[in-house]
Each structure stands twice: as C-alpha cells, then as structure tokens.
Design a protein around this ligand. Structure first.
Ligand code: URA
Length: 313
C-alpha cells in the first residue's frame, strides 16, 4: 500500500492534475454526472429566478458607452440558466473545480447567445461573461481574459485562447506571443494602445491545450458580440482557430491567410483578414515574411489605399 502523501506533495499532485485538465476525481462508486448537472442547472435556475435582474446599460464606463449596434435595441438583461449574477460565481481556480461543472450542450450555447445579446456595452459584456457559468474553462482559469486596448479602435485582433501569462494577468497577448505582436504592430506604425485585442475563448484551457469544439462554440456568441460592440473597420484573426470559428471555413491557415474576407456581424459586414499566429511565428521565424505581407495589407486598408487581393505567395 502506498504511504499517504504529505500536504506539499499533495499540492504538487493537485497542481499537476489541474494543469492536465483533470477536473473530476474517480471514486469507488459510479457517479451519474448527467443527473448531477441537471441538479446543478435546476439550482442555477432557481438562483436566477430569485436574483434581481442585472443592470442593463450604465455598467459601462464613459469610454465604453458606445451606442447600441444599429438595428439592435438594447434589452434589459434576463437571467438565463448558465448566467449567474456577477459575484455569485465560484471563485476561479477553486480547489473544488468540478463543483460547478456543466456538461456542454445546445442549451448552454443558447444560454450563451442569450446572455451575450443582453450586453449593450463592452463593460456590460465583460460583467455578463464574468458571471457566465456555462463554460467549464472558467473553473481552472485564474482570470477571465477579456480584452486589451482601445474600445473605439479601428483595428481589432482576435486570438485563440489565453496562455499562462495572459491567465495570470487577465490581459490578452502579454506573453512571448504578445511581445511579438507588439513588434509587428510597431512595424506598421501602431501601438498596442491604439488597437483592440481579444480572444475567441476568454479563459485559459488547462495546460494550454486547444479549446474543445464545444468550448469554442459556447464562447462564440461572446466574441461575436464583442466584435459587434467594438465595430472595427478591420478585423484580424490571429491564427486559423479564430478564423475558422468566426468565419466558418474549414480551410487551413496557409490557404486562408492574407485574403480579404467579409465578417458578418448580423447588422453589417466588416473587412476581415487572417494571418499567422505569433506563437507559430516564434516557432517558425522564416514565416514572418508572410505575416509581414499581411500586416502591410492591413495597414493599407486602414489608410484607405486601394488593394487588389493578389498575393504572390
Ligand atoms: N495566444 C492567444 O491566442 N491568445 C493570447 O492571449 C495569448 C496567446
């Protein structure tokens, strides 16, 4: 029989489990997780019914108080199954990470759509996302990584999901990839403060694994609403994952990059382009020349210069 672990070893072991995405313990007796999650959903609904509604606008700061997107009247938020009141969610990275876990399904995606649609401002969207319990990634992440940069930016970037450094600071693209992105921006005469940066998935997947298709689908309504509220002139997908999720293509990034696309917000089309992810460029520096071509196109679009879509690569 193995000796019981001392508290330090136990902590190391638990850290390893969390980093590996192990968020439920196996016991001697089988547990019906479907029953558990139905019970959890019923409790969440009861809590939501008992809770006063979230404030509609007005949560926003002066800088975030943009008018609602054309054609969409702001609606007072209504509680939804996976939407908890701000402050009522389990503390992030809690020891009992599996306690609030849900089994993702269409109802969670619907709840995410409903919740995201309630946000009239970026600040309101951040609040709603912080209280949204439908994505299990929030249980292992330290922080929600919502955005960085200027809310009225003409240029918006969407990455895949935060890494360790981003999770620790609650800010997207601050690690090595972020430093490279800053350099690439500088190369076209822009500072990070002038652009808006977000991720398709706003919580770090454990151990930096790729977000599952369900996790990405659950988070999609929030990033879609974020794009709609920022309403940039040019949208840039950093890497194939965000482009595929948001444009709905199966093309690989090498085929997709450098071509102008139309991103449909629902009320208008935004000029969009995919480029290589900075993390990939760090691993494959030779490809920086392709990213540079994409950035030159982006700069020309911002400057209103006429471009053809002919790419020599
Ligand atoms: N990679 C991403 O896709 N997003 C980040 O925020 C950091 C690294």
């Amino acid at each position: 029989m193995t000796a019981p672990l001392n508290p330090t070893d136990l902590e190391v072991l638990l850290d390893f489990y969390v980093a590996s995405g192990v968020d439920a313990a196996l016991g001697d007796a089988p547990v019906n997780r479907f029953e558990e999650s139905a019970h959890h959903a019923a409790r969440a609904q009861a809590r939501a019914r008992a809770a006063p509604p979230l404030p509609a606008a007005g949560i926003g700061t002066a800088s975030s108080a943009r008018p609602p997107v054309q054609g969409q009247a702001p609606q007072p938020p209504r509680p939804s199954p996976a939407l908890a009141r701000p402050g009522s969610s389990a503390p992030p990275h809690s020891a009992s990470a599996s306690a609030g876990a849900t089994i993702p399904g269409d109802d969670v995606v619907m709840a995410a759509r409903e919740a995201a649609g309630q946000a009239a401002t970026l600040e309101a969207l951040r609040e709603i996302l912080a209280g949204f319990e439908g994505c299990n990634l929030r249980l292992t992440a330290k922080n929600l990584v919502f955005s960085d940069g200027a809310e009225n930016a003409r240029l918006m970037f969407v990455g895949e999901a935060p890494g360790r450094e981003e999770d620790a600071q609650g800010v997207p693209f601050v690690g090595r990839s972020g430093k490279l992105l800053d350099q690439m921006l500088k190369a076209i005469g822009l500072a990070r403060e002038e652009v808006y940066i977000a991720n398709a998935v706003p919580w770090r997947p454990p151990g930096n694994r790729v977000p599952s298709p369900q996790e990405a689908e659950i988070c999609k309504p929030f990033i879609r609403r974020q794009i709609e509220l920022v309403d940039p002139d040019v949208l840039v997908f950093l890497g194939g994952a965000s482009a595929k999720l948001l444009v709905g293509t199966n093309d690989g990034i090498m085929r997709l990059r450098g071509k102008w696309l139309d991103y449909q917000t629902g009320s208008r089309a935004i000029r969009a382009i995919a480029t290589l992810h900075p993390a990939y460029l760090l691993r494959t520096p030779i490809q920086k020349r392709l990213a540079w071509r994409d950035f030159v196109k982006i700069k020309a679009a911002l400057d209103g210069r006429v471009q053809t879509d002919v790419d020599p690569t």
